[in-house]
Ligand binder design. Structure first.
Ligand SMILES: Nc1ncnc2c1ncn2[C@@H]1O[C@H](COP(=O)(O)OP(=O)(O)OP(=O)(O)O)[C@@H](O)[C@H]1O
Ligand SMILES: [Mg+2]
Length: 553
C-alpha cells in the first residue's frame, strides 16, 4: 500500500509536471513569438535561447579558424565568415558590434559580426544562433607553436547553437547550405590581394606571416610592349596552365608552373608579373627573401599561400647566396677587380643598377639563413603540391649568375627574356602613350633604335607628356633627342674604348720593340764577344804553333 507521503509526492510531481508543461508551452510560444515578431533586443533573444535550452537542450558545432594541426585557415571557417557577412547585412541583422572591411565598391564596407557578438538565423523553421569568439594565444611550445599562426595568434571561432530536435536538419542541410552560400559570397566580394611577408614595422614580421593590400596594378598585356608573337605565346601558356587541372592530375605533377623573367633593369619584368596576375585574375604573393629567417619559415609562408596565386621572388640573384661555390666566385671577381663594369656600354647602366640592388641587400642577406636547398624545396619539394594552381616567378638581371639547379626546366619551366626596346615595341608604346600609329618622326626613331639600346622604361618615360603644352610631336622629338644623346654617348664611349685599346696596343708594340732591340744589342755584343774570343783563341794558337816550330828547329 502506498503511504500518504508517497501519494502526496506522486500528486506533487504530477502537478509539477503539469505546471512545467504549461510553462514550457507558454515559454515556447513566447519564444517563437519573440523570434517571429523580432520584438526583443539581442539580449532578450539570448535569454530566450538560454531558456529554451534549459527545456530543450541545444547542441553546438564549433568551427575553428585553424583546426587541429592545420597550418592554413580552414575553408569552413572562411565560408561561415562570408555567410555571416551576408547575414549581418542591412541593419546588421540585429548585431550591435560589427567589423568593417573595404568592399569592392570604394564607397561601401563589408560588415561582419565582431567578437562575442551573436546573430540569429532561421532555416526552414529551425532557429539557430551564431556566436563569434576569440581565445587567447596558446603558448605551449608544441608542434603547432613551431608551425605558426594557428597557435601564436589569437584563435578565432564561430559556434553554431541549435535545438536538439533540429539536429538532422542543421547538420544535414543547414551547414552545407552555409558553406555553399559562403562560397558564393566570397566569389562576389573577392578582391585580389597583393601579399608581402614584410611587416609594417620593416623588421621581421611579428608572426612571420603575410600581410596584404588590395591588388590594383593597372598593367595588362594590352599595355605591355613586347614582341607580339612572344606575348601571345606567354598568354597562351598561361591560359593552358589555368585550364590544365586534369592534365596535371593525370600526369602526376603538382599543378604549378615556374617562370623565370630575366633582362636588364627597366625592361618590364615586374610589369609582366602584374599583367600576368591581371590576366589570370590571381592574387600575388611577393616574397622578400632577405626577410625570411630560415628555410622552415619559407616553407610556412608557402603553405599559407592560397591557390590561384602568383608567388614572386624578385632579383633572386641579389636575395640569396645560392651556393658556397657562387660565394667564392664572387669573392674572386672582387679580388680580380673585374665584374659587371667590364661588360661594355650597353650593359653599363643595367650593371650599375643591378649592383646597387645587390649592395642594398647585402646587409639584410647576412641575417637570413635561407639556402639554395630551402628554395629548391619551396619550388618543387613535397610541400609545393599543396594548394595547387600556383605560378612561381623569379626575376633577375643576371641570369648567368643563377645556379643551374634553380632554373632547370621543371622548376622554372619557362624562361622569358625581357629585352631592350625594338621598333615594334616603340610603335606599341607610341599607340598606348600618345595614341599615335604613324608619324614623320617614326623613321628617325627606327634608325636610332637600330643603333642604340634603350629600355622600354626609358622610351615610355620620354613618350609621357609632362605638361599641358606637350603632345605627340614634342614627346617624339624628346625621344629622338634622348636617343641621339644616347647614341652620342655610346659613340664617345666607343671612341674612348678604341683609343684606350689603340694606346694599349701601341704600348705593347713599343715594349716588344724595346725587348727586340735589347735582345738584338745583346746578341751583337755576344757576337762581338764571341768573335773576339775566337780571334784571341786563333792568335794564341798561332803563337803556340810558332813556339812549336822554334822547338822543332
Ligand atoms: N615592356 C614594357 N611595356 C610597357 N611598359 C614598360 C615595359 N617595360 C617597362 N615599362 C615601364 O617601365 C617601368 C619600369 O619597368 P619594370 O619595373 O617592369 O622594370 P623591371 O624589368 O622590373 O626592372 P628591374 O630589373 O629594375 O626590377 C614601368 O613603370 C613600366 O611602366
Ligand atoms: Mg622589377
Amino acid at each position: 500500500m502506498e503511504s500518504a507521503s508517497s501519494l502526496w509526492s506522486g500528486v506533487n510531481s504530477g502537478i509539477v509536471l503539469s505546471l512545467l508543461a504549461v510553462v514550457w508551452t507558454m515559454l515556447w510560444q513566447g519564444i517563437q513569438g519573440l523570434q517571429l515578431q523580432n520584438l526583443f533586443s539581442r539580449h532578450s533573444r539570448r535569454l530566450s535561447r538560454r531558456l529554451a535550452a534549459t527545456l530543450d537542450p541545444y547542441l553546438t558545432v564549433t568551427i575553428a579558424e585553424y583546426d587541429g594541426g592545420r597550418m592554413r585557415p580552414s575553408d569552413a571557417y572562411k565560408e561561415a565568415q562570408a555567410y555571416l557577412q551576408r547575414a549581418t547585412r542591412g541593419a546588421g541583422g540585429g548585431v550591435r558590434h560589427l567589423k568593417a572591411e573595404p568592399d569592392r565598391d570604394p564607397d561601401r564596407l563589408v560588415l561582419s559580426m565582431d567578437d562575442n557578438e551573436e546573430v540569429a538565423d532561421e532555416f526552414r523553421g529551425a532557429a539557430v544562433w551564431w556566436l563569434a569568439y576569440t581565445s587567447a594565444p596558446r603558448d605551449d611550445g608544441g608542434p603547432g607553436y613551431f608551425w605558426g599562426r594557428a597557435s601564436r595568434a589569437e584563435r578565432r571561432f564561430y559556434r553554431l547553437a541549435f535545438l536538439e530536435r533540429d539536429r538532422d536538419l542543421v547538420l544535414g542541410e543547414y551547414l552545407p547550405h552555409v558553406r555553399r552560400q559562403g562560397r558564393a559570397v566570397m566569389v562576389m566580394n573577392r578582391q585580389r590581394k597583393l601579399f608581402t611577408n614584410i611587416s609594417g614595422g620593416g623588421g621581421w614580421d611579428s608572426d612571420g606571416s603575410w600581410s596584404h593590400v588590395v591588388f590594383e596594378h593597372p598593367k595588362t598585356f594590352a599595355t605591355l610592349a613586347m614582341d607580339p608573337a612572344k606575348k601571345k605565346e606567354i598568354m597562351d601558356d598561361l591560359d593552358a596552365f589555368r585550364g590544365a587541372k586534369d592534365y596535371y592530375a593525370r600526369v602526376g605533377k603538382a599543378w604549378k608552373r615556374g617562370y623565370l623573367l630575366y633582362g636588364p633593369p627597366g625592361t618590364g619584368k615586374s610589369t609582366m608579373i602584374a599583367a600576368m596576375a591581371n590576366h589570370l585574375d590571381y592574387d600575388v604573393y611577393d616574397i622578400e627573401l632577405t626577410s625570411v629567417r630560415t628555410n622552415t619559415d619559407l616553407r610556412r609562408l608557402f603553405i599559407e599561400t592560397t591557390s590561384k596565386s602568383i608567388i614572386v621572388i624578385e632579383d633572386i640573384d641579389c636575395s640569396l647566396d645560392l651556393t658556397g661555390k657562387r660565394k667564392k666566385k664572387k669573392k674572386k671577381a672582387e679580388e680580380d677587380g673585374d665584374g659587371a663594369s667590364k661588360d661594355g656600354e650597353k650593359k653599363d647602366g643595367a650593371a650599375a643598377a643591378a649592383a646597387a640592388k645587390a649592395e642594398e641587400k647585402v646587409e639584410e642577406k647576412s641575417t637570413s639563413k635561407v639556402t639554395l636547398s630551402g628554395v629548391l624545396n619551396f619550388i618543387d619539394g613535397l610541400w609545393s603540391a599543396c594548394g595547387g594552381e600556383r605560378i612561381i616567378v623569379f626575376t633577375t638581371n643576371h641570369v648567368e649568375k643563377l645556379d643551374p639547379a634553380l632554373i632547370r626546366r621543371g622548376r622554372m619551366d619557362k624562361h622569358i627574356e625581357m629585352s631592350y626596346c625594338c621598333f615594334e615595341s616603340f610603335r606599341f608604346l607610341a599607340k598606348v602613350y600618345l595614341d599615335v600609329e604613324a608619324h614623320e618622326m617614326f623613321d628617325d626613331v627606327a634608325a636610332l633604335l637600330r643603333e642604340v639600346e634603350m629600355t622600354p622604361a626609358d622610351v615610355a618615360e620620354n613618350l609621357t607628356p609632362k605638361g599641358p603644352g606637350e603632345d605627340a610631336d614634342t614627346c617624339l622629338a624628346a625621344l629622338v633627342e634622348a636617343l641621339q644623346k644616347a647614341k652620342e654617348k655610346a659613340m664617345a664611349k666607343k671612341a674612348k674604348e678604341e683609343a684606350a685599346a689603340a694606346k694599349k696596343k701601341a704600348k705593347r708594340k713599343a715594349k716588344e720593340e724595346a725587348a727586340k732591340e735589347t735582345g738584338g744589342k745583346a746578341a751583337e755584343e755576344a757576337k762581338e764577344a764571341g768573335e773576339k774570343a775566337v780571334e784571341e783563341a786563333a792568335s794564341e794558337a798561332d803563337d803556340n804553333e810558332e813556339e812549336d816550330d822554334d822547338d822543332d828547329e
